[in-house]
Design a protein around this ligand. Structure first.
Ligand SMILES: [Zn+2]
Length: 508
């Protein structure tokens, strides 16, 4: 049995894609789920890039047990130092540093000669090793690099102390057969690679990220970098669930190469990511899409009913797709709610639990049955903080055709009441303008999305917003059976996060 390490970069490569920003709480939450899924490594972020990134990586390193926690760093001292500081409290930690090795990147992006790049790579790996004993080195744009130069830099950084060598197809340019033979050449020409973990990191620009990664595995790599739902820069990264199930279902082809992933957590992990980012996967997405196990055509259904394996190559239960039948209602009380929250994998302190309980009662008043999805939506509204935040107490809107939409709002902060009214393009805009008058932050609303949770007329609406402040994006979410209220809650959620961060920076 040879083990294939799963290195998850959902929180770094995935999160940096437009529209996928997550709050610190959401990232910690998701990292905890990744630990449950049993990934080997979590790339938790790019610590030097912003205070929020640094703080998220620091909190994940401090609280998430099991996987190795890594921070990304360019081959620059300040980056490496920030990554080392952010991950230092993890039981297993590491620094992932990278530099481009292709002629086009070295010449136009770095404006450096190959000799200079080689020197920087070796010095950076040495410096990183002086701060942490686990260092991964990536040769960015490896698939467009000169093979001889790539081999030289790999053997030099291994001598300098790198324990993982990553070969990325950064621009998603490779074809599986070609990528596989490149990997096999590297492994046979650089004997030092036998003493380290050899990793691949493929992008999906031609839809080949998973195929290329699996070609890598077939040709001897021992680690695959991937993201849940395949999210990531541009067309995304190789999808974790597809890699894992590819290796699992086709053991006959891959031999005894196996991951240690708990496959029953694949679907719950995918769903959680959807909740945290507000972005759903396409229905026909392999493994986790809504239709991935739906058999519609009559001929298929007939065959499936006679013998499931006629049309099914894996069982839905095996990837965690069993619909929860548990439904809560007002009568479930504190005890029932607490139990369900624990089963969903959330750990809350008393204060947070009381907040969630209050929201649960509000929702079960309007909606008889509260589903897991509803519960997860309100759990994601929490902002962990030491400061008092603005809470929505009251709102009233008037809106219609041939009239100016207006909103009156009352917010409460530290028992103090704030009232304002404003007009806007529509009722949501009017509410946001009234909130802005009270909170007084300079912000720009970047994205607004709304979707219905569960089905039926009394379904909850979940609103996701991304609000930009000082060049940083702050996500917020809110849920209610009233979409104007959900919109107000989401906006406030995001503004409160900005206020928490301001306080945090002030303390530093
Ligand atoms: Zn990438």
């Amino acid at each position: 049995m040879s083990k294939i390490y799963i290195f998850d970069t959902t929180l770094r490569d995935g999160e940096q894609a437009p529209g996928f920003s997550m709050s610190i709480e959401a990232k910690v939450n998701f990292a905890r789920q990744l630990a449950k899924l049993n990934v080997d490594a979590i790339e938790a972020g790019f610590p030097v890039s912003s205070p929020v990134q640094f703080e998220a990586v620091r909190q994940i390193a401090r609280t998430v047990k099991g996987p190795r926690i890594l921070g990304l760093a360019r081959t620059v001292k300040a980056d490496i130092k920030a990554a080392a500081d952010a991950v230092k409290s993890a039981k297993k930690s590491g620094i992932h540093t990278f530099i481009s090795t292709s002629p086009i990147h070295m010449k136009h992006k770095l404006r450096k000669t190959p000799r200079e790049v080689l020197k920087i790579a070796v010095e950076s790996v040495k410096y990183a090793r002086s701060l942490n004993n686990f260092v991964e080195f990536s040769a960015e744009d490896a698939t467009r690099s000169e093979p001889d130069f790539l081999k030289e830099i790999i053997s030099r950084v291994i001598a300098a102390g790198a324990s993982v060598i990553n070969i990325p197809d950064t621009v998603g340019y490779s074809i599986p057969e070609e990528f596989g033979s490149m990997i096999s050449d590297l492994i046979s020409d650089v004997p030092e690679l036998n003493d380290v973990i050899v990793s691949v990191h493929c992008h999906n620009d031609l839809g080949l990220a998973v195929a290329n990664s699996l070609a890598g595995v077939k040709n001897g790599v021992t680690q695959v970098e991937c993201t849940v739902n395949g999210i990531g820069e541009r067309a995304g990264n190789a999808s974790l669930e597809e890699i894992v199930m590819g290796l699992d279902v086709r053991k006959d082809y891959f031999g005894e190469k196996a991951t240690q992933i708990r496959t029953e957590e694949l679907y719950p992990t995918s769903r959680l990511l959807t909740h945290l980012t507000g972005i759903a996967v396409q229905p026909n997405k392999a493994i986790v899409g809504e239709n991935a196990f739906a058999h519609e055509s009559g001929i298929h259904q007939d065959g499936f009913l006679k013998h499931a394996q006629t049309y099914e190559i894996m069982k839905p239960e095996h990837v965690g797709r069993k619909m929860s039948s548990l439904v809560l209602g007002r009568h479930s009380g504190r005890h029932g709610l607490k139990k369900r929250i624990l089963e969903l994998g959330y750990k809350l302190n008393e204060k947070d639990f009381e907040y969630i309980y209050g929201r649960f009662i509000e929702i079960s008043d309007k909606k008889k049955e509260v589903f897991d999805d509803d519960l997860i939506a309100i759990l994601n509204e929490r902002v962990k903080t030491g400061i008092e935040l603005y809470k929505l107490d009251y709102f009233h809107i008037s809106s219609g055709k041939n009239m100016v939409p207006t909103a009156t709002i009352k917010l409460i902060k530290q028992k103090q009441e704030f009232k304002e009214s404003a007009w806007g393009d529509g009722p949501v805009d009017a509410v946001y303008n009234a909130i802005d008058k009270i909170v007084g932050l300079k912000t720009k609303l970047e994205d607004y999305s709304i979707r219905a949770l569960s089905s039926g007329q009394d379904a909850m609406g979940v609103v996701h917003v991304n609000v930009k402040h000082n060049n940083e994006v702050f996500p917020g979410s809110g849920s209610s059976t009233d979409i104007i209220e959900a919109s107000a809650l989401a906006y406030l959620n995001s503004l409160n996060r900005i206020l928490v961060l301001k306080k945090l920076n002030h303390k530093r």
